[in-house]
Design a protein around this ligand. Sequence first.
Ligand code: DCP
Ligand code: MG
Length: 397
Amino acid sequence: MTDAERAIVHVDMDAFYASVESLDRPELKGRPLIVGGLGPRGVVATANYEARVFGVHSAMPMSQARRLCPRAEYIRPRMSRYREISENIFFIFREFTPLVEGLSLDEAFLDVSSSLRLFGGLEEIGKQVKREILLQTGLTASVGIAHNKFLAKLASDAQKPDGLVYVHQNEVSAFLDPMPVRRLWGIGKRTAPKLTALGILTIGQLRRCDISLLRPVLGNQAEHFHQLACGEDDREVQPRRADKSISHEVTFDTDLSDRRELLAELLRQSEKVSRRLRARKLMASTVVVKIRDARFHTVSRSRSMMACSNNTRTLYRMARALFEGWRDKHRTTPVRLIGMGVTGLEPETSGGKASGDHLDSSTEKSLDKVLDRINQRYGDTKIVHGLSLHRRKEGAD
Ligand code: DCP
Ligand code: MG
């Protein structure tokens, strides 16, 4: 597909960490929020738009932020919560196209060239992505739309927060020309002053400049930057290679011997692992269980299944069998750590090792779907399978 035929959407969440904080603590809404390291050497991860008015921005020393905006609320990052929300938004992205290239927790390119008809056009996709994100997470995103990655990324940044900017083919030079050359990827602190010395301050001036004049400053990159200045960029959206494995483990505060409690923990982990598989539209062929006893002796047991699965019950049944196999020989051994994971990951759609239909009943699969929706909407693990609610219970077996 040529550059001009592509349809690219770039999505970037607004003041991401800070927005999540005010989502979880509504009493903070409207106040300046600064998220980052709170120690003496702390750095600002992000500031919400209320705090940016005071000149606070990402990567600034926290001490400077405190001088600029002493009345802000200062918050330590909660990465696991941001990752959780990030998984939700990436799940949404994949409902529009499988061609999703994540750049960070809050940012991705979507190649929607093949989804246009299904969703009623490019602008409509941009609106729907924003709407779904707001509906499912309560957060706003800014969206940029164009026929290549470079323009789409600049477009999402052009109207933050809560923006939607579509740069049409015939608007490219009007959009790019007034921007400072620093907006070109790769032109930074060192190169920009050299261009300034040549009288080139804007992308438009760079575009109109003869390449031979640029060579002394930009070397063999001159052509590349000239093309960007013309709004040309033929890089493809590259979906990341899927993770090789997904796992969860827990170390208990006090060692545990109770079989039912250990199984309940395994079920909780199976739920988390299978949910992450489903969010990434993956299936796994192999289940691994890891056990560390009170004397720090660690074993891993794994088994491959006849077909791939991402169903909670199926993965749990396999994990339980592996655990029981260990326990038969270690009936009274206290357990310090237990973990469950999967490997042999394949895309859900690939014919590969056969879909999990052989293993997972349709009722179980639709139960998983319902639980995923609810958990996605209301945060982690509000609803789980029954047994995993089982807490320490004396003498249970
Ligand atoms: N981040 C960080 N350190 C940085 C830059 C960013 O820890 N130097 C983190 C905090 C941000 C998140 O990454 O919330 C996303 O980065 P963005 O650059 O997208 O910034 P924001 O989403 O916070 O704000 P914007 O609305 O400008 O996108
Ligand atoms: Mg962002």
